[in-house]
Ligand binder design. Structure first.
Ligand code: XIL
Length: 348
């Protein structure tokens, strides 16, 4: 592309985003994203961590004014809640949960059974099958009971499918217990809190047919056996230079919904693999479009009730070098913020 054309393109993007920003702000009548989403009965979430709270309150303020749902980013993972066998620690979990409650936010609990973030005593444990079932049951039931009535929904099993979808992922639970560990985990969680919405959560299923078919069949099989799985989460860690196949993603949401499951986008972000390659305005524009596409497909599918962004701002997100979220390092809204706001605002 000639220098002249790319300058024009960048100018065009800046103008169109400034114009649409003005227009959306007017339509939103000064309301925040949270207020607009709430008026549409839509859950707009963010991953938030007590370990990232700032002394000036700016991180917390963005979290509570812009989002009506919070996923504790790390505080409820196994390493944090049961660092030693049978010794539970809810110090940090209680703090982030109290913050969400004080701000009247729904809480999405993350996560009970995952191959990652396990303390060494579990990961390298030498358990018999019965022992590991008992360990898993005690972990799930102690954590879920502790937050009963406070945490309304849980990622019960996270990333149980192999990276690209060729079978179940190898982990200690699969090796020692067998594939039934998934059904058992849901059963244990349900026993501890029959009112909680129980999620299976994984990544890549918006993109990859093999993995999405595997997940679909896994969930269908669990439901057929009467396993209390109520919902499915699509993590969606995206790269904005690798566009989401929007049609197949929307159809995926629809077919999961047709199983009778609630659907949620649980960890959305849109990074740029080559952050410095393109002009900033162009990158921000492409990212805003990626967000708009993702939110709009969710809004078009009735089963899709929530959209969570994985991190509050670009400074504190887990991919902070790739500027993947909707607030910049200073908590200022990016074009992606406006595009999410506008998409929610215009949706039915
Ligand atoms: C990430 C957190 O954001 C980081 O702070 C932490 O160091 C590692 O985990 N999929 C998940 C999340 O389900 O729990 C991960 O969160 C991101 C990928």
């Amino acid at each position: 592309m000639s220098r002249f054309l790319s300058t024009l393109l960048v100018l065009g993007l800046i103008l169109s985003f400034s114009a649409s920003q003005l227009c959306s702000n007017a339509l939103a009548k000064g309301r925040t994203l949270r207020q607009v989403a709430t008026s549409k009965h839509f859950l707009i979430g963010s991953a938030g961590s007590i370990w990232k709270f700032t002394p000036d309150g700016s991180y917390q303020n963005t979290l509570s004014t812009q989002f009506n749902m919070l996923t504790p980013e790390n505080e409820l993972k196994w390493f944090a809640t049961e660092p030693q066998q049978g010794k539970f620690d809810f110090y940090w979990g209680d703090k982030i949960v109290a913050f969400a409650q004080q701000n009247n936010m729904r809480i999405h609990g993350h996560t009970l059974v995952w191959f990652d973030s396990l303390p060494a005593w579990v990961k390298n444990g030498t358990f018999t099958r019965d022992e590991l079932i008992a360990v898993m049951k005690n972990h799930i039931q102690t954590v879920v009971s502790h937050y009963k009535g406070k945490i309304q929904e849980w990622d019960v099993v996270n990333e149980a499918i192999e990276h690209h979808g060729n079978g179940l992922r190898d982990n200690i639970f699969l090796r020692v217990i067998g594939p039934e560990y998934i059904a058992m985990a849901f059963q244990f969680a349900h026993e501890a809190d029959p009112d909680a919405v129980l999620f299976y959560n994984d990544f890549g299923t918006e993109n990859w047919p093999i993995k999405s078919d595997f997940q679909y069949n896994l969930l269908k099989g669990l439901l057929k056996q009467g396993v209390p799985v109520n919902a499915v989460g699509l993590q969606m860690h995206e790269y904005s230079d690798n566009p989401i196949p929007v049609d197949r993603y929307r159809k995926e949401l629809q077919r999961l919904g047709s199983l009778g499951l609630r659907v949620g986008v649980t960890e959305f972000d849109a990074s740029s693999k080559e952050p410095q390659k393109n002009p900033l305005a162009m990158r921000l524009g492409v990212q805003a479009q990626t967000y708009a596409n993702a939110v709009s497909a969710c809004r078009a599918v009735s089963a899709c009730k929530s959209f969570t962004i994985w991190g509050v701002n670009d400074k504190t997100t887990h991919q902070s070098d790739l500027a993947p979220v909707i607030f910049d390092a200073n908590n200022q809204p990016k074009p992606a913020y406006t595009s999410v706001l506008r998409t929610v605002l215009r949706s039915k």
